[in-house]
Structures are given as C-alpha cells and as structure tokens.
Design a protein around this ligand. Structure first.
Ligand code: CA
Length: 228
C-alpha cells in the first residue's frame, strides 16, 4: 500500500465492540470513523468515502443487509460484515447482497486485522484494474476471458467449460467470498440446476489443476479466490 493510511468506517451500535475495533485500528496505523446506525452509515460512506467498511448486521434502525443493498447501488467499497449471529444464513445473505467478506463475533484482533489486510490487498489491485478487463493475472495464474485460455506459469491448462466458468466467476470477484448459491446460480444457468455436491466436485478438480493456494474454502458458506 502507499504512504496514505487506509481509512475504515466502523458501523457498530455496541459501544464495547466499537471501542475494541477502533482501538485495534488506531494502534495498527489505520484511520477510522464510526457510525452507530444504518442511516448514519449510509451518510458516512457517501460523505467520507472510506476505503473499507466494517458493518455490524444487527443495527438498531435498518438491517445491515439493507445497508449493503443501498450502498451497492453506487459504491464498490469493500464491505466486511460482522455478525454476532452464529448461523451462516445472515452471512450468506449479506454476501449475496454484495458484501465482500465476513467476521463472526466473537473475533480476535488478529482475525480482524487479517480480514482488513485481505480487503486492502484487493483494493490495491482495484485501482489498477478496470472492472471488465479482458485478461486476469494472479501469481502464476493467467486467464484470457475472451479467448478462453487459462495458463499456469505459462503452460496451458485444459479446463472443462464448467471449470472455466467457475474460475472466471472467482477471478472476476477476486477477494470476495462467493456463496454456494451464487456460484450455482451463475455457473449452472438455466434449467440444469446444479447442486452443492456437484459444485464441490468441480471445485475439487479445478483446485487440482490450478493448485490449492488460489481458492479458499469457507465451510458452509462458499469459496473465495485470494491474491497470491
Ligand atoms: Ca449490533
């Protein structure tokens, strides 16, 4: 990252959690602002243009999910949702609404900072790449979306059409956790609905071909391509 400090908007109505997060951010060189309601969050994102948003899903006014939907209408700022709720459904709905990542309460400062670093890594590429690039590079992995070519360290890889679709979805959304539902909907378009078991099989063969370091598994939630 450049010399400029990364700014984080912390949206959290619980003062104790908010203090924990903002103290950790201050002591690790981040700038931050905070909001305690969804309405405040939307105004703050618009007004102060933070680099990253940490969004609690359980807010006193509007649901965090609604905040994501509203913000995504005009901003691609990375959103990390923070949820106290133990069931995966909230996180999955938030990811499908356009969140990039999630953090489950209770979390450690180490986990929090790791998620923020992941978002920062994504940011540093975002400014350089157009959203609809024709080619994609990540470590040894190279994709030409239009020509349908995938290479690993300069060697052509032979992917099935389904594997190629999945890889393109992950690459186009690099840094974001994509839910099982999203991948099934996008890669198995039309009448032939995919199921979770076949998604796992395709993801397994894809990882064998490209190597396991590019794709993270989020148990019960989905998959993410990481920058290596
Ligand atoms: Ca809350």
């Amino acid at each position: 990252m450049s010399e400029q400090k990364t700014s984080v908007l912390v949206v959290e109505d619980d003062a104790a959690v908010r203090n924990l997060i903002t103290t950790a951010l201050s002591s690790h060189g981040y700038e931050w602002t905070s909001a305690t309601t969804g309405a405040e969050a939307i105004v703050a994102i618009n007004a102060s243009l933070p680099n990253i948003v940490l969004l609690d899903l359980g807010l006193p006014d509007i649901d965090g999910q609604n905040v994501i939907t509203k913000v995504r209408a005009w901003s691609q700022v990375p959103i990390i949702v923070v949820s106290a709720r133990s069931d995966d459904l909230d996180k999955i709905q938030a990811l499908d609404a356009g969140a990039d990542d999630y953090l489950s309460k209770p979390f450690s400062v180490g986990e929090l900072l790791a998620r923020i670093r992941t978002a920062e890594r994504h940011l540093s590429y975002q400014v350089r790449e157009e959203p609809r690039e024709v080619t994609f590079s990540n470590g040894d992995l190279y994709i030409d979306y239009v020509a349908g070519v995938v290479q690993l360290a300069g060697e052509d890889l032979h992917l099935t059409p389904k594997e190629f679709r999945l890889l393109c979805l992950l690459a186009r959304n690099v840094g974001r956790v994509l839910t099982h539902q999203f991948l099934l909907r996008e890669a198995w378009e039309g009448a032939q609905e995919g199921d979770l078991a076949s998604l796992r099989v395709f993801m397994g063969t894809l990882r064998k071909k490209i190597g396991s370091r590019y794709i993270q598994t989020h148990v019960g939630v989905g998959y993410r391509m990481v920058r290596v």
